[in-house]
Design a protein around this ligand. Structure first.
Ligand SMILES: [Ca+2]
Ligand SMILES: [Ca+2]
Length: 185
């Protein structure tokens, strides 16, 4: 009996699922830094994407995060997704660069989970009910244009400052599809 318990104690740590690396995000540590609201070269259901940057000094684990709006669009992160300090991840609607405009996403939001309305919408990074970052864009004030992603100015990588339309500009960097954006860069 003692022998059996000894064996069990020795192998049990090997059977436990490993905790994913990185710590949870605190408010303001993830910043929405680029949004493709209205792709022109692809359908919206293929080419919309959202870039999120970790502005903290630590690797952050996004398993458990929900990317949502204030309506019915919900994209929960259901597998480990580590973002190193200073790096970005891209949430997209299609994996294949040939379909999404020409980039490699970090995480896929299928179906209606990530649907960015062209005239106005909100994007919330929700950590178990806590807002890590939120952006609400509207057609008149924000630099929305078909085929051009909105990029947050590098000096404005801040979860409060990115609420301001003046912190954003239309991308001028061509993608393989012919649209403009720098997802993940
Ligand atoms: Ca759209
Ligand atoms: Ca914000």
């Amino acid at each position: 009996m003692i022998f059996q318990w000894t064996i069990l104690l020795l192998i049990s740590p090997l059977m436990m699922p490993a905790m994913p690396a990185g710590r949870p995000p605190d408010p303001g540590e993830l910043v929405i830094t680029e949004i493709m609201v209205d792709p022109h070269a692809t359908k919206d259901t293929y080419g919309e994407y959202l870039e999120v940057t970790n502005v903290s000094d630590d690797p952050v684990q996004l398993l458990g995060l929900i990317v949502r709006d204030h309506d019915r669009d919900w994209c929960p992160v259901t597998r480990p997704l580590l973002v190193p300090a200073g790096r970005a991840v891209v949430f997209a609607r299609r994996w294949e660069p040939s379909a999404n405009g020409g980039f490699f996403p970090s995480y896929l939001c299928t179906g209606h989970a990530l649907h960015l309305k062209n005239d106005r919408d909100s994007i919330v990074l929700d950590w178990y009910g806590v807002d890590i970052d939120e952006v609400t864009y509207r057609a008149r004030e924000w630099p929305l244009e078909p085929g051009k992603a909105m990029e947050l100015d590098r000096s404005c990588y801040d979860s409060a400052i990115n609420d301001e339309p003046s912190a954003w500009a239309r991308s001028r960097t061509p993608m393989p599809s012919g649209d403009f954006g720098t997802p993940g860069k």
